[in-house]
Design a protein around this ligand. Sequence first.
Ligand SMILES: CC(C)(COP(=O)(O)OP(=O)(O)OC[C@H]1O[C@@H](n2cnc3c(N)ncnc32)[C@H](O)[C@@H]1OP(=O)(O)O)[C@@H](O)C(=O)NCCC(=O)NCCS
Length: 159
Amino acid sequence: MKIIEYKPTPQKKRAIRKIFKQSPEMFSKEDLEVIEKRLSEKSELDYKKYVAMDNNKILGFISYAQPWDTKTIWFLSWFAVDKYHQGKGIGTSLLKYIENQIRRSSSPRLYIETVSHDDKLTKNTRKFYKNQGYKRVGLIPHYYNNNVAKLIYYKDLSQ
Ligand SMILES: CC(C)(COP(=O)(O)OP(=O)(O)OC[C@H]1O[C@@H](n2cnc3c(N)ncnc32)[C@H](O)[C@@H]1OP(=O)(O)O)[C@@H](O)C(=O)NCCC(=O)NCCS
């Protein structure tokens, strides 16, 4: 498995779109529209985008950027691993890859937003972030709907 920078082609876009569609618990229809744009266009933020590839097949995607209003922290944007290849270390490799880049930057901090759903997939995602050393630093109640909050995780990468 290798990690390379994402460069848009119709084939790559299709493969990545398919991966995000596999997790409707995590990615809504509206999310998929934004992902679609992100895969095609340059946007106002300078998103760094990478794919995990094995035998010419895309098995995962990760991206991150610096918010427009700060120079001291980065946020994880879209991140997913092919459903049939989860739990094999690909997500860890992708996250470690961008953490190493961020560690070398002048603002070695990363935060992640995720959902507070109670299903198995999203619980596993929270477990994943916790195991990777992320601390839950925030919760915005009723963010996605009356029962689902936005959770914010944070890791200081200078330590
Ligand atoms: C979260 C995700 C990116 C992790 O990638 P991954 O390749 O499955 O993770 P790894 O194999 O590197 O790490 C496995 C660990 O992650 C956790 N994990 C999270 N989701 C998992 C899944 N669907 N299957 C298996 N393990 C999962 C397990 O706790 C496992 O730890 P363990 O080995 O102690 O059991 C991936 O599961 C995924 O795409 N999930 C759906 C989309 C998503 O939640 N994206 C993040 C949005 S904020």
